[in-house]
Design a protein around this ligand. Structure first.
Ligand SMILES: Nc1ncnc2c1ncn2[C@@H]1O[C@H](COP(=O)(O)OP(=O)(O)O)[C@@H](O)[C@H]1O
Ligand SMILES: N[C@@H](CCC(=O)OP(=O)(O)O)C(=O)O
Length: 382
């Protein structure tokens, strides 16, 4: 009873404090065998509009273009080649966005269509452009409605594309919460299609081997990645400190219930303090010294989310102890990041430019591979 009460409290506090939220809607939620399910779309729009009115920032990642394309072309279920799926997505995307446009217009809620590819986001300037565009939309109170740009995304269309895309956007925008709306009320301890008596897991504290093994079940006909991609993304997000909720999107009040803290679906608990909060704190620390890094390390830190390793260190400035905050700059003196350093200044002086495996030989001990671990680094915006 006490545990239940605590769980409700936890859910409530996560949802109440979540300001920026990514909601991913699977094809299984908004489509039927005949095409798009307009009443479900209307239902979701009503709930999302009410979250907006409460001041929440929402990014909606929605599948459904392929199903809409099939309806338009009057194709029955059948087998399609990859280019045909891509063509169907291109045909259906317009319809999908039109349906959302109409549904949100009822609440005077502006929306924007954003088509992305995962690999596009790994390129530095595209990543930054996408981030800035999203932030501009959110500042204007617009709901970005995102889908994979299926025409160019060959690999992605085959496996869990939008689940991963939702994860990428969640991390890119330092979102407070990711919600997967799918056709089932959360994660079950066994595949419920095979074991109808399987129990739902209301909470997952850690994504361990048992939870990961649940991902072995194949997706439904309409879905792409199935439960596996959701578990994988939940693992990545909770490691960043972002909670994830998985629930049934067709339940008429699903989002309202989630935000009331009701015990529905599965809550994946974050593994540490929210990245944004922690990084905010890091950025506020007065640096004790300076580490000058080369252009390869600058790129790895800024755009790769990587740790700072000894080979990337060119020189140091000032004296600091292990655990102190230090500022990383490039060779032109531009500040790149602030982080908590694993080694003292004299140790960094000795291991700078070396390969990681040489640390022990030079220092006589190797506590860490990284000079600064990425979890302890806050990249400064340009
Ligand atoms: N352990 C499990 N718990 C919950 N659902 C599971 C499990 N194993 C397999 N599934 C299936 O995964 C499906 C959800 O994945 P998917 O079809 O890809 O949805 P979406 O279209 O929302 O991305 C559910 O319908 C469910 O039948
Ligand atoms: N981009 C495709 C979605 C593919 C996809 O990820 O589907 P799902 O597993 O249902 O989220 C479409 O719009 O149909």
């Amino acid at each position: 009873m006490k545990a239940e009460k605590n769980l409700t409290k936890l859910r409530k506090s996560i949802c109440e404090n979540a300001h920026r939220i990514v909601i991913k809607v699977g094809s299984s939620v908004i489509t039927t065998a005949e095409g798009l399910n307009l009443s479900i779309i209307a239902q979701l729009a009503a709930q999302i509009a009410s979250l907006r009115q409460k001041g929440k920032e929402i990014i909606l990642v929605s599948s459904g273009a392929i199903a809409a394309g099939k309806r338009k072309m009057k194709f029955k279920q059948g087998h399609f080649s990859l280019p045909q799926y891509q063509a169907l997505a291109a045909i259906g995307q317009g319809d999908l966005i039109q349906c959302y446009e109409r549904a949100f217009a009822a609440y005077n809620q502006p929306i924007a269509q954003v088509l992305l590819t995962k690999d596009g986001l790994t390129q530095r300037y595209r990543y930054l452009n996408a981030r800035h565009t999203f932030l501009a939309l959110l500042r204007w109170g617009v709901i970005p409605i995102v889908n994979e740009n299926d025409t160019v995304a060959v690999e992605e269309i085959k496996f869990g594309d939008n689940d991963f895309l939702a994860g990428l956007i969640t991390a890119m925008l330092e979102t407070d919460l990711l919600i997967f709306l799918t056709d089932i009320n959360g994660l079950y301890e066994q595949d419920p299609r095979i074991y109808p008596k399987a129990r739902r897991l209301p909470i997952v504290e850690k994504i361990d081997a048992f939870i990961e093994a649940l991902g072995a079940s194949p997706p439904n006909k309409l879905g792409r990645g199935g439960i596996a991609s959701k578990i994988q993304v939940a693992k990545e997000m909770t490691a960043l400190g972002i909670p994830v909720i998985m629930a049934r999107g067709k339940d008429p009040e699903v989002l309202c219930s989630i935000f009331k803290g009701e015990e529905i679906g599965t809550l994946f608990i974050p593994q540490k303090a929210h990245l944004r909060v922690r990084k905010h704190w890091l950025a506020s620390l007065p640096p004790k010294g300076k580490i000058i890094i080369d252009s390869g390390a600058e790129k790895a830190l800024r755009y790769g989310g990587k740790s700072l390793l000894p080979p990337g260190v060119k020189s140091i400035d000032g004296e600091f102890s292990a655990g102190d905050p230090v500022c990383c700059t490039n060779e032109q003196g531009e500040k790149i990041a602030i982080g908590l350093v694993n080694y003292s200044s004299w140790e960094v002086e000795k291991i700078k430019g070396l390969k990681t495996k040489e640390i022990e030989k030079v220092l006589g001990h190797k506590g860490y591979e990284e000079v600064i671990h990425r979890d302890n680094l806050c990249i400064l915006e340009r």
